[in-house]
Design a protein around this ligand. Structure first.
Ligand SMILES: *[C@@H]1O[C@H](CO)[C@@H](O)[C@H](O)[C@H]1NC(C)=O
Ligand SMILES: *[C@@H]1O[C@H](CO)[C@@H](O)[C@H](O)[C@H]1NC(C)=O
Ligand SMILES: *[C@@H]1O[C@H](CO)[C@@H](O)[C@H](O)[C@H]1NC(C)=O
Ligand SMILES: *[C@@H]1O[C@H](CO)[C@@H](O)[C@H](O)[C@H]1NC(C)=O
Ligand SMILES: *[C@@H]1O[C@H](CO)[C@@H](O)[C@H](O)[C@H]1NC(C)=O
Length: 534
């Protein structure tokens, strides 16, 4: 990137710590100019003009260069426009390591500049004849650049991606330096653990159980009524799940039509039931299941479970837990944690009676009524999700191993990634197209972890490839757990997602965004007080 400075004959003070940022800013400005220049030719000439007045003054001695540049048929302007575009592309070509192309471009830029300066020194406009070949040669190169996707829109996205990844790096660095990890996070999970214990005790002590049983009878019909709005959350975090349910309820126009299907693990089951029995959420129906209930979820059916039995895989997945001995009580069982994560691939089996479900991660906050999601046309697709490739460069090649022939054969590396966390699933299509079978196929192919490493997004991208409908981006705003989010997006967003490490229930949560989540926590609740939540 630094080589760029010599391309632009502008004095740039080299302050090394800032060189990179200056370069990026410069590029962004330049790109803006190019984008504008493509839109309106008139304004482009003005812009080019104000950008380098000195040169035109020099040329202008005998010839009014403003007038010349504003003439619709001006060759000077065409060449000028081409040069500025070519210079931007030169940067992209160098950055993409296409040195041959960069070399050809520089040669042509020099050629065109020569033509301009000849015309300037003889003080008469360029004629069509003398400029024709230069313009054509340059146009050819610019056309090639387009074929290579070196256009300004692509570059703009790349720059954004680069800036974002730098921010991510910076953030993760500051997280680390503030002793990120179990150590810094310990205090709040202790409170979470306390809450779990007290709720469990409450559940077995109090007669709420009976009340709950009675309610369950009433609710039973609702749980399978396909005319209602069914949401599912798979989580072992009571407080986070409570925020998801509460925020959905508070912002729902018809809370009595909302049904929440929560799935947790054995450890948190009683506590989860207790919490959603003792609190009411504007008449929203809540049912809690535990993952152990699902006898079909076993190693002979589920590849992930089979793979987890393999000790090699165990080491791989759990070797990060060096500080297990330091964590006082293992309240998060990584096996279940991981299976709760993978449960998203079995939704039709978890809810055999349902036709449509909105899946929410437990680290989201809902800000709007979500009922429109249930009538959104998915055009025969299985998964309705918000695409992520416009915000950053989150395309398939970022997540998958494109050196692997299976991946190369089946998937377009430039396909747009999308996000888990707020998805509409059409379970009828899912069953019809055997999507779980597709997932099993890929999960089994990945037994040696050469297709992807960790997580559920990469297998999700494979499983729902060609089966995903892009939803309007305001349905799902991402990044609250690691980056800065545009405040206009925050207001408009229906679901805000704290993806990233800085969860709002941890001490290291990003202070700025915590209130968005805190709003839906009742900190005056006696149990939260006893467990030191604040
Ligand atoms: C050049 O032309 C522009 C617009 O026609 C005019 O405003 C400007 O004064 C002229 N400059 C010179 C140096 O004649
Ligand atoms: C495992 O799951 C399969 C189908 O999902 C089921 O047929 C089988 O009975 C289950 N095995 C056990 C031991 O529950
Ligand atoms: C679904 O896919 C799996 C694995 O690809 C296959 O074994 C199974 O027979 C398929 N089921 C149906 C109903 O097509
Ligand atoms: C990607 O796939 C190739 C081909 O199977 C394999 O050799 C390589 O190790 C994989 N890369 C990673 C990072 O797993
Ligand atoms: C739900 O959120 C509202 C604020 O929007 C809050 O007043 C209420 O206490 C919350 N309920 C629970 C059970 O957390």
């Amino acid at each position: 990137m630094r080589r760029r400075n010599s391309d632009f004959r502008r004095p740039v003070r080299r302050r090394f710590s800032n060189v990179f940022w200056l370069t990026l800013c410069g590029l962004a400005v330049l790109l803006l100019i190019i984008l504008l220049s493509r839109e309106t030719r008139d304004s482009s000439s003005r812009l080019v003009y104000t950008k380098r007045p000195y040169r035109h003054d020099r040329i202008a001695d005998g010839l009014n260069i403003t007038e010349e540049m504003l003439r619709p048929e001006s060759m000077t302007r065409q060449i000028n426009d081409q040069i500025s575009l070519a210079k931007a592309i030169l940067v992209i070509a160098k950055e993409s390591n296409n040195l041959q192309f960069a070399w050809e471009l520089s040669a042509q830029i020099r050629n065109s500049q020569m033509l301009l300066s000849n015309a300037a020194s003889r003080r008469s406009p360029l004629t069509n004849r003398e400029s024709e070949s230069a313009i054509r040669d340059m146009a050819l190169l610019l056309y090639q650049a387009q074929q290579l996707h070196y256009d300004s829109a692509t570059m703009f996205m790349r720059l954004k991606a680069k800036i974002q990844s730098l921010e991510e790096q910076a953030n993760s660095f500051s997280e680390k330096s503030s002793k990120y990890g179990q150590i810094a996070a310990e205090e709040v999970p202790k409170s979470l653990y306390c809450l779990g214990v007290r709720l469990t005790a409450e559940w077995f002590r109090s007669s709420n159980l009976q009340k709950k049983l009675k309610e369950e009878k009433q609710a039973a019909a609702k749980l399978v009524d396909t005319g209602l709005y069914h949401f599912c959350v798979f989580s072992d975090n009571i407080l986070a799940t409570s925020v998801v349910v509460n925020s959905t309820a508070m912002n729902s126009k018809n809370p009595d039509m909302v049904v929440f299907h929560l799935v947790t693990d054995e450890v948190n089951y009683a506590a989860m039931k207790a919490w959603f029995t003792m609190n009411s959420f504007r008449g929203v129906t809540v049912v809690v299941q535990k993952i152990e209930e699902f006898s079909w979820l076993n190693a002979s059916y589920v590849p992930v479970l089979k793979q987890l039995q393999d000790s090699d895989t165990q080491n791989y997945y759990f070797s990060g837990n060096h500080d297990n001995s330091r964590t006082p009580i293992k309240f998060r069982n990584p096996k279940y944690l991981s299976m709760l994560n993978h449960l998203r691939f079995y939704i039709p089996e978890v809810f055999p009676a349902l036709k449509k479900v909105v899946f929410l991660d437990d680290d989201v906050v809902v800000q709007k009524d979500l009922s429109a999601l249930f009538t959104t046309d998915l055009n025969g697709n299985v998964n309705g999700a918000v695409e992520t490739c416009m915000e950053t460069f989150h395309r398939y090649h970022k997540y998958l191993n494109y050196s692997h022939p299976l991946i190369r054969q089946h998937f377009d590396p430039d396909a747009c990634g999308w996000a888990f966390g707020m998805n509409v699933f059409d379970l009828v299509e899912w069953r019809k197209r055997n999507v779980t079978g597709i997932y099993h196929y890929w999960q089994e192919k990945n037994v040696d972890r050469t297709l992807w490493k960790l997580g559920t997004l990469p297998p999700g991208l494979l499983t729902f490839y060609g089966l995903t409908e892009a939803l309007s981006p305001s349905w799902h705003i991402l990044g609250f757990g690691y980056t800065n989010v545009d405040s206009k997006l925050i207001e408009k967003g229906a679901v805000l997602h704290f993806n990233g490490n800085s969860k709002p229930w941890l001490k290291i949560g990003i202070e700025k965004y915590k209130p968005l989540w805190d709003k839906y926590v009742d900190y005056s609740h006696p149990l939260l007080q006893q467990c030191n939540f604040h």
